[in-house]
Design a protein around this ligand. Sequence first.
Ligand SMILES: Nc1ncnc2c1ncn2[C@@H]1O[C@H](COP(=O)(O)OP(=O)(O)OP(=O)(O)O)[C@@H](O)[C@H]1O
Ligand SMILES: [Mg+2]
Length: 373
Amino acid sequence: MKNAVSIQLQHCGKTYPNGAQALQPLNLEIAPGETLVLLGPSGCGKTTTLRMIAGLEFPDAGGRVMFGDEDVTALPIEKRGVGMVFQNYALFPNMTVGENIAYGLKIRKVAPAERLQRIETLLEMVHLQGLGHRRVDQLSGGQKQRVALARALAVEPRVLLLDEPLTALDAKLREAVRADLNRLLRKLGITAIYVTHDQGEAMALGDRIVVMERGKIAQIGTPQEIYFQPASPFVADFIGTMNRISGPLREGYLYIGNGRLAFPAAPQRAPEISAPVTAMFRPEDVEVFDAQEAGAFSGSDVQGRVLDSFFLGDRTRFVIELYGNQTVIAETARRGNWHAGQTVALRIAPHALLNCLSSDDGMSTHATAQVTA
Ligand SMILES: Nc1ncnc2c1ncn2[C@@H]1O[C@H](COP(=O)(O)OP(=O)(O)OP(=O)(O)O)[C@@H](O)[C@H]1O
Ligand SMILES: [Mg+2]
């Protein structure tokens, strides 16, 4: 691919004509060749952001969109050199695969012989060799989405924009096309922005992920940063499953049911204040033990009762009620056989606790939490 271009959104807000403020003014920088994922719940402004980069929407006054050194703020989509792939394919149903792919080339008056050659190259790129003459309404969903991708790439765009391109596919196919797409994006080295509300997809594809919340950026980071160091409870809850347990904090310990957690990272307060403090942790960081067996660990645990267990194939998920009625979700890849009603002991892996005082506060990881009775 040609030289990849960087993208900058500077102070880009979006208010629709009906007065709806879809985006608060935001700044965003995408490196050349980077795959950036926009992730967030329905209505948070992902598509609006993407369409602003595409030139299908324009930012409110004061906003600027840059492609490299070029100010493209006022340019419409056909002048920006972007390729777009949508959720619902948006192919021409009465054309063949090849005609769909070459559509943009024809408009640009590329000679027929060269068009045919480009079609062959692109078909190979998306693993659809030999299907150039097939009508698109005779293709599977996954094949249609590959055609849409080939069509977007045919005109050699500077930027590839994808809006939930895999949503219409079933889970298995989605994973297969996702893997292909990932390989292709790496190989092409094209700057790409990928919109999804699926966190698995975001983790698998993104060099970085932008988590959006109600028209604002909640966090930008690598998949690892977003997962292990969520900047807010919103991000923590949106990505994966996050447990929250609360209890009074006294002298560096969080008291939970019949146990307590060493919690040195929690902000120190005056000793007479024992307002509840919340700790967060991932289900995979909880270890489950037989309550009797755990007794041997000199009480380094909290106890609870198994409410439910779900076998998920590669792991088992347990819902456990702690003494004091708080619920914890634990997941283990071991073949645990805890059953509903059984009393168990929990330990939480070191490095796993996040500190979260209230929904307005940020959080911080801390390294040395352990549970002591
Ligand atoms: N053309 C429009 N006119 C008015 N409001 C709009 C328009 N398009 C979107 N909105 C509003 O702007 C907000 C953001 O919409 P947007 O389509 O960007 O969300 P999204 O994150 O892509 O959501 P989804 O995951 O459902 O596709 C929503 O509240 C939506 O109702
Ligand atoms: Mg959308």
